[in-house]
Design a protein around this ligand. Structure first.
Ligand SMILES: [Zn+2]
Length: 150
């Protein structure tokens, strides 16, 4: 019906419409969160703290296509904000700690959680983009968003 009218049917989710093999989303995100290549789960994903490798040293999968950009930082803020604020409010309601004691607990906890979560969250974002064939992970040129210096 839709094709008779010249309207292309829209299909959301999965890869059955594109002919490409569906990549396992959750497995890829988990591998990324563990700092491993989202494709093989063996090679290292990061060359530095948040610098990802250009390609997997084990399976050769190109990984520089990702556009994680600011998303990992936003997600870390959301996650850490909920944990620290929730814990602060619970402790505040059930204890008589001074303001200095609160500062001594929550400021280091916020910094430590943010540093600890940044790399795993970025890895999961790269895994997600890889699994969904985003930003050149599907083999096409990402011409609308040229890479600086190329
Ligand atoms: Zn790999």
């Amino acid at each position: 019906m839709a094709s008779e009218l010249g309207i292309q049917e829209q299909v959301f989710g999965g890869e059955h419409h594109s002919g490409r093999v569906a990549r396992p989303l959750w497995a890829a995100m988990k591998r990324g969160a563990l700092g491993r290549c989202p494709h093989c789960g063996q090679g290292k994903l990061f060359a530095g703290f948040t610098k990802s490798v250009d390609k997997c040293s084990v399976c050769g999968e190109e990984l520089y296509h990702h556009r994680a950009d600011d998303l990992p930082a936003y997600l870390v803020i959301v996650i850490v904000g909920h944990i620290v604020l929730g814990a602060f409010m619970a402790v505040e309601a059930t204890s008589t700690l001074s303001m200095w004691q609160h500062i001594a607990i929550w400021v280091p906890l916020t910094i430590a959680l943010s540093v600890a979560l940044l790399q795993p969250v970025k890895g999961a974002v790269i895994g997600l983009q890889w699994a969904l064939y985003m930003h050149g992970f599907g083999g096409e040129k990402d011409a609308t968003e040229p890479r600086p210096g190329t």
